[in-house]
Design a protein around this ligand. Structure first.
Ligand code: IPM
Ligand code: MG
Length: 359
């Protein structure tokens, strides 16, 4: 039976970067006889425009039936005034939670060719290779109760709830420890256990899971310190595991260490390794439709999909090698451009990756 991949281009630069990723996917599909069939659906702002909802039933149904999902990006100023429940972001959060995609892997790798693109000194970031494991379906993003209400004194009050159950913590810990076993066997768990009870429990469960992985070294860090250490000495980390909101924030900071968030892929996995793959960057409405977007994060997300959901290591390697090669050739989109390199547009970059794979 064919492997079923759902393509969700989304909003802003989503559609244009997805075109390039699909070129690459079609090529490896044929070359490695992967038997992948793709379908498309609407999510985010475009889905609101066409159906009135950021996550139409039809999209959710297709997502449930897919073996993997490739997503561009969602959101934009056009939909920012809508009610919270109908924002484009709800489409993304809905897929994550409805499909149980709790394990979010966000690698931050500095390609040596891009050492100059980072705002940090090359010696601080050269050779950087870390992964943030972010819990994606719990924590303050989903905790109930939540809302904006009126207090007894007639003043409005906004509130959210930060909660994690033991089993939620345990399963994300297991993802992180399994990953660490394939890497440098070091995990830093990030919490705010000096203030928040929920993360006192988080820390306790991390320690407990660590007993099953005697080879892995587990350390703990408060989130404020972790933010500082990430920009001070990021190479001290191997795997960082943290909750939903801290992971959201720290992964943007980690992305920037590598020169551009336009380079970073991500995977969001369920318990069976089925998943959604998307670039870490957003929909960048300011540059949408201008051919300026960097398609490499989406192309690298495609490689992650082949690696994690389909276990097609050779096809994934081929894509990653091709990306390395275009960087070697000095080809750069605007976000990673520096002196002496060749500035290319979105589709030129996609074509160059394709050409490198065919070479
Ligand atoms: C991310 C994004 C999303 C998040 C938004 C778009 C809802 O920032 O994937 O990091 O906060 O999770
Ligand atoms: Mg984010």
């Amino acid at each position: 039976m064919a492997r079923n991949v759902l393509i969700l281009p989304g909003d802003g630069i989503g559609p244009e970067i997805m075109v390039e990723a699909e070129k690459v996917l079609n090529h490896v599909n044929e070359k490695f006889s992967l038997d992948i069939a793709t379908t498309r659906a609407l999510v985010g702002g475009i889905a609101i425009d066409e159906t009135g909802h950021p996550l139409p039933e039809e999209t959710l149904e297709k997502a449930r039936n897919a073996d993997a999902i490739l997503l561009g990006a969602v959101g934009g100023p056009k939909w920012d005034k809508l009610d919270m429940a109908l924002r484009p972001e709800k489409g993304l959060l809905g897929i994550r939670s409805q499909l149980g995609l709790f394990g979010n892997l966000r690698p931050a790798i500095l390609y040596p060719q891009l050492a100059d693109a980072s705002t940090l000194k090359p010696e601080v970031v050269a050779g950087l290779d870390i992964v943030i494991v972010r819990e994606l379906t719990g924590g303050i993003y989903f905790g109930q109760p939540r809302g904006i209400r009126e207090t007894e004194s007639g003043e409005r009050e906004g509130f959210n709830t930060y909660r994690y159950t033991e089993s939620e913590i345990r399963r994300i810990a297991t993802v992180a420890f399994d990953l660490a076993m394939k890497r440098d066997k070091r995990i830093c768990s990030v919490d705010k256990a000096n203030v928040l009870e929920v993360t006192v429990l988080w820390r306790e469960i991390m320690e407990d899971v660590a007993k099953d992985y005697p080879e892995v070294e587990l350390t703990h860090m408060y989130v404020d310190n972790a933010a500082m250490q990430l920009v001070r000495a990021p190479k001290q980390f191997d795997v960082i595991v943290t909750g939903n909101m801290f992971g959201d924030i720290l992964s943007d900071a980690a992305a920037m260490l590598t020169g551009s968030i336009g380079m970073l892929p991500s995977a969001s996995l369920d318990v069976n390794g089925r998943g959604m793959y998307e670039p870490c960057h957003g929909s960048a409405p300011d540059i949408a439709g201008q051919g300026k977007a960097n398609p490499l994060a989406t192309i690298l997300s495609t490689a992650m999909m082949l690696r994690y959901t389909f276990d097609e290591q050779a096809a994934a390697d081929a894509i990653e090698k091709a990306v390395f090669s275009v960087l070697d050739q000095g080809l750069r989109t605007g976000d990673i451009h520096s002196e002496g390199c060749t500035l290319v547009n979105t589709s030129d970059m996609g074509e160059a990756v394709l050409a490198a794979m065919k070479a």
